[in-house]
Design a protein around this ligand. Sequence first.
Ligand code: GDP
Ligand code: ZN
Length: 296
Amino acid sequence: LQTGLPQTGLVVARHGANLAVENDHGQVFHCVSRRHIGDPVCGDRVSWTPTDAGMGLVTALEPRQSLLSRPDGTGRNKPLAANLTQVAIVVAPEPPPAGDLIDQYLITAEHIGVRALLLCNKSDLLADAPAQLLLERLSLYRRIGYPLLQVSARDPGGLEPLREVLRGELSMLVGQSGVGKSSITQALLPDQEVRIGQLSQATGRGRHTTSTASCYRLPDGGHLIDSPGVRSFRLPPLSQTALEQGFREFRPHLGQCRFADCHHGVEPDCAIRAAIESGEITSERWEAFQRLIHRL
Ligand code: GDP
Ligand code: ZN
């Protein structure tokens, strides 16, 4: 490799100023970043220049197509993952999805302009009666346009439809603890241990540090970001307009209520409630909206 020729790459791990940068051929380089280039995270595209065998200097951060971030508690947003093209919301019959978590993930995906799909894991448990309720609930989301896949991490052969969906994309699995995100990741990446070792070596971070995100190259092409930062996910503060836009099936009806600032609760001539009457919006999603708007 000739020293000095600038190239582009993908940030696959970060530890402070140390970045693991992957080139188009899947080779990972240990890079340090110039101080004023911003706050690169997994999924970022960067310009970098090789400095020595396998090492490099990151000189610029490319513009982002999307950015997932979360409030850091001081009123600022901490970036978690850049350039995601899709978010797979993992749910399972056990533990069942808590509260409005699915809606919150969907709102976030809509807000940052990233496609979302639902991934129902532990399909081996779907025969139980309570699981049928979950499937009914998930079919509501499918009806408003979110793809739904059923998989079992315990049946790697059955993961083919998921591999198909992940191919060529930059994806992230989100969902509450215990639904099987790590199991699915391991099933998709049989040599994950090796990859984790490579990344921690490239960034100089401890092998068992799990506090930062990693971006894994999938065998069939595409990448999967695994971020502990989303495990404690909460909906960031949003305006009412952003919240409304986050319910994709509400959009054709927005701006048609009698009152411009309608909360779609008890106000007269509300287009959203009219859409519930006509069956275009489910009362489940309306109830989720009501709970979330009162938390704004
Ligand atoms: P995470 O917290 O979302 O990463 O979940 P884990 O991957 O750690 O999985 C939580 C538990 O669910 C573990 O005990 C897994 O063995 C189990 N599990 C994962 N996938 C499946 C599945 O498809 N079927 C069943 N029955 N159990 C699963
Ligand atoms: Zn209204």
